[in-house]
Write a protein that binds this ligand. Structure first.
Ligand SMILES: *Cc1c(COP(=O)(O)O)cnc(C)c1O
Length: 384
């Protein structure tokens, strides 16, 4: 079945009332036939819920997980990340891409390090450097592709090959890509993580996270952790996410088209020093993105000439692009990494990651593209 058909039909549960759209099951408790024997496989809402199960079946199908391996859905992307990182024990070794999501890095620094886990950061865009950081004692490798905010692409297969030689688990934060653009389990990745808050939900009205695993035994280890720690997706958020996912393909087609138009427009503007979009031939990993992804995504970042003063002028001017955190919704969003997503980093850390004071990040929505270009044009006119 084609991906575009799967996203409409997978995870549809046929209930006694024959609903076409899965209902929201609010009950937190489920009847037993006799002690120890459930009537329908559910016991208690933290352990499982039919609405959440519908979403979990859907996301597993979209990521091409095995039949017996539904996704695990969480109350946020960070709850999903936390669950995956809890696979690590004292003296385990984690190799992490240095440009992962800010919250992931904070979690690793403020919690994991304190548990005695050995953490190494490496540049995942230089395959030799990243491979060299993976050593025989490495237990887990964590990558993110495309990355935030510079939209760098990591060669997933190269990372998997190296990790396999030492038996390390590979986890990818695939939030920016969604399963519409890449299915990392098919490249040999062990765990795919999503913040469903972004494109999968798609409407900036829910928080959620998901883990999708390559095999059932790994999934069961994570399920036990999820059961203990309890950061599960609520029935309502699960339902909203499933509803959002149904239009993923339709939304992504427009996101991709609009983002390319915006990236090409920005490339030709004198106020713009540099544009970051994997779909541009000038992007350093453009060829890799073409090979590894089915499209280049809806995020575009760019650097303004004139640094922070230019950025501050620019950010006051858009009328359609709303100044806000987050991304992946139907509406266009502009954000300023220097004072928003990456404000917690030191000047040196930002410089190391290539996040300048003139850098602006766009989540290009699904409005009419000409309106978006005109909005950016009038905002750029204010810069000089
Ligand atoms: C937003 C985001 C997260 C965290 O997800 P939440 O739903 O905010 O907890 C993790 N990774 C990436 C790439 C994100 O964009």
């Amino acid at each position: 079945m084609d991906f575009n058909t799967k996203i409409i039909h997978s995870g549809s549960v046929v209930s006694k009332s024959a609903d076409v759209s899965p209902p929201i099951h609010l009950s937190t408790i489920y009847e037993y036939l006799e002690p120890g024997v459930t009537a329908a496989g559910y016991e208690y809402g933290r352990y499982g819920n039919p609405t959440r199960a519908a979403l979990e079946a859907c996301l597993a199908s979209l990521e091409a997980a095995p039949e017996d391996c539904p996704a695990l859905c969480f109350s946020s992307g960070m709850a999903a990340t936390d669950c995956a990182l809890r696979l690590l024990n004292t003296s385990n070794k984690l190799v992490m891409a240095r440009d992962v999501y800010g919250g992931t890095r904070v979690h690793v620094e403020k919690l994991l390090r304190g548990y005695g886990i050995d953490i190494t950061y490496a540049n995942a865009q230089i395959p030799e450097e990243f491979a060299a950081a993976i050593c025989p004692s490495t237990t887990m490798v964590w990558i993110e592709s495309p990355s935030n905010p510079l939209l760098s692409i990591t060669d997933i297969r190269a990372v998997v090959e190296k990790a396999n030689t030492v038996g390390a688990l590979v986890v990818i934060d695939s939030t920016f890509a969604t399963p519409y653009l890449q299915q990392p389990l098919l490249e040999g990745v062990d765990i795919v993580m999503h913040s469903t808050t972004k494109y999968l939900g798609g409407h900036s009205d829910l928080l959620g996270g998901a883990l999708i695993c390559k095999d059932a035994s790994l999934r069961n280890r994570l399920y036990e952790i999820q059961k203990m720690t309890g950061g599960v997706a609520s029935p309502f958020d699960s339902w909203l996410t499933l509803r959002g996912v149904r239009t993923l393909a339709a939304r992504m087609r427009v996101h991709l088209e609009n983002a390319l138009t915006v990236a090409e427009f920005l490339t030709n503007q004198p106020q713009v020093a540099k544009v970051y979009y994997p779909g541009l031939p000038t992007h350093p990993q453009h060829e890799l993105a073409k090979r590894q992804m089915r499209g280049f995504g809806g995020m575009v970042s760019f650097e303004l000439e004139g640094g922070r003063p230019s950025a501050e002028r620019f950010l006051k001017s858009p009328k359609l692009f709303r100044l806000a955190a987050s991304l992946g919704g139907v509406e266009s969003i502009v954000s300023y990494p220097r004072l928003m997503s990456h404000v917690g980093l030191s000047d040196l850390e930002r410089a190391e990651l290539g996040i300048s004071d003139g850098l602006v990040r766009l989540s290009v929505g699904i409005e009419e593209k000409q309106d978006l270009v005109e909005d950016l044009q009038q905002a750029l006119n204010v810069v000089i």
